[in-house]
Design a protein. Structure first.
Length: 550
């Protein structure tokens, strides 16, 4: 018997060693793919990445947590709207590699390393679920590693991957702390991890709330207290680091721009002025939330968001995936993440930026586990039906089987097709060369105190040292209400900002406003303004111009 036990333990150790080696191979392939993509070329595409990096530079240079690119008026201090931890981490990139843009590469690799941590946490999470085992957990980790969102966000100077990795690691450790015999130290570690996640992104607080609810559900009172207590010092540090002042006085367009850069809560109130806007926002966000599990697992709406049958099929697929999540939980036990999901979903519903593909990346391994569980159950039902002699039932089961194969093939094709290609970054780099011409002209021909308008304002600052700001920031009310009058109101205020800050120049590029709602109307208005302004610089390709403001 002793020999049998020893053999079982040796077999288990060998399985774990093999799984560890396989996970290492997945991580090596993931990081190698990131290196091949050269993601530093995408820097500046999201705008948020430049804000993080500029505020990190301010920290590295000893000026405190500030947004140095934003021109201030009066006694106002531009404190970015983001929690401080991720910019603080990026500040060490500036300390070690102070030359821009050469230091963008190391900054990207910081995100890539957090991406690797997310993949490892996904593996640990999946193999902790009842009935999956090492191989299925490894497959889920591989799917998470080469998911388009994971690859893109791991190659960007954004907080998504640090937050997702820390939050999922906190969930994994919290689950271990609730098992019989686990000590309070493990719960404290989980609390510290979720506290760090909250210092990267405010959505860490719903994760903490879900962890506490899970502990109370299992009657683990000391662990619940440990989760909350461990977050207190982290929260105090975050509050002390990000205490900004009020918006400066000035015209409404300028105040709206300032609030956009410095306060999520104030911009939410500005963009949600009444109950009608709130209802429209909740309805749209609920639709996106219902689509999210299917869309995350690469079953997006067939025919796009404007196809009613396609959206309905996507939502039905989401329900199918969530049914698998519930089935798997009932077969084992309710995991901490099952309590986190509903609390987190409420917070995502209230967010006035509908970015469910990024917000719900934390739950990607859970959705894949649900997909596998329900898919296995469905296949077992089909096999049982095919054994029945009745012809009609066999035909129906065969048709459902064909449909399942077709949907799976479509998802696999979409999975591979959505992976970013190296050429995408190279195209952005080619477009950026004309902007480099403009930045060089600015450094040669303008004074250091000159202020600019630019859609890629923080990028301009990082290259030239000149303060700049977007000419206009659009309220999300226009997006949710689909109200042209709100967009027109914001466009009518487009000169509030240059007048308030005394801007002298406006850098414009053909790809400005590419991510905004109502882009055609915006570009039409911008073109009418361009026609009245003198051009002082035009790039060799003609796609980037600098206008003098009078």
């Amino acid at each position: 018997m002793t020999k049998t036990v020893a053999q079982a333990l040796a077999c288990r150790a060998g399985t774990r060693a093999g799984a560890g080696a396989a996970l290492g191979a997945v991580l090596a392939a993931f990081l190698g793919y990131q290196a091949w993509l050269e993601p530093a070329h995408r820097f500046g595409f999201y705008h948020d990445d430049t804000i993080y990096f500029a505020s990190a530079r301010s920290l590295a240079e000893g000026h405190g947590y500030r947004l140095p690119s934003l021109p201030a008026t009066g006694a106002a201090v531009a404190v970015p709207k983001y929690p401080v931890l991720y910019p603080w981490l990026l500040s060490w990139v500036w300390r070690l590699w102070p030359e821009f843009p050469a230091n963008v590469g190391p900054a990207v690799w910081l995100s890539a390393l957090f991406g690797g941590l997310f993949v490892a946490a996904a593996f640990q999470f999946a193999r902790g679920l009842e009935g999956l085992g090492e191989r299925k957990a490894l497959a889920i980790a591989g799917l998470c590693a080469f998911h388009a969102n994971t690859v893109l966000l791991s190659g960007s100077v954004l907080s998504d991957m640090p937050f997702t990795a820390l939050a999922l690691a906190a969930v994994v450790v919290a689950e271990r702390s609730l098992r019989p015999g686990a000590g309070t130290k493990t719960a404290v570690a989980a609390g510290l991890l979720v506290g760090l996640a909250a210092m990267v992104r405010g959505l860490g607080l719903p994760v903490l709330a879900g962890m506490v609810v899970a502990a109370l559900w299992r009657r683990r009172w000391r662990q619940a207290a440990a989760f909350a207590a461990a977050v207190v010092p982290v929260a105090i540090g975050a509050i002390l680091a990000t205490g900004g002042g009020p918006a400066p006085q000035g015209p409404p367009g300028w105040r709206q721009v300032w609030i956009y850069y410095t306060s999520y809560s104030e911009f939410w109130r500005l963009s949600t002025p009444n109950i009608d806007v709130l209802v429209d926002m909740l309805q749209f966000n609920l639709k996106m939330l219902l689509e999210a599990p299917a869309a995350q697992c690469l079953f997006p709406p067939l025919g796009g968001e404007f196809s009613y049958p396609g959206v309905l099929f996507c939502i039905v697929t989401s329900v199918w995936i969530l049914a698998g999540v519930v089935r798997q939980a009932r077969g084992g036990r309710w995991h901490v993440i099952h309590f986190v999901l509903p609390v987190y979903a409420v917070a995502a519903l209230l967010w006035n930026y509908s970015l469910m593909d990024r917000f719900l990346l934390l739950f990607l391994p859970l959705f894949y586990a649900g997909l596998w569980t329900e898919g296995s159950h469905f296949v077992a039902m089909l096999r049982a039906t095919l054994r029945v002699k009745h012809g009609a039932e066999k035909v129906l089961a065969g048709l459902l089987g064909i449909l399942l194969v077709a949907v799976g093939a479509g998802a696999a094709r979409h999975y591979v097709g959505s992976l970013p290609a190296r050429s995408q970054g190279l195209r952005l780099a080619e477009r950026g060369r004309e902007k480099q011409e403009a930045y060089a002209w600015i450094q040669r021909n303008t004074k250091a105190e000159a202020r600019f308008l630019a859609y890629e304002d923080v990028t301009l600052y990082l290259h030239t040292g000149r303060q700049a700001v977007r000419p206009v920031v659009f309220s999300t009310e226009a997006f949710y209400r689909k109200d042209e009058s709100v967009l027109a109101r914001d466009l009518d205020r487009i000169f509030d900002t240059p007048r308030a800050i005394g801007a002298r120049y406006w850098l414009m590029s053909d790809d400005d406003f590419r991510l905004e709602t109502g882009t055609p109307r915006i570009l039409e208005r911008i073109a009418s303004i361009q026609a009245t302004l003198p051009v002082v610089f035009q790039s060799g390709g003609g796609r980037v111009r600098i206008y003098e403001l009078r």
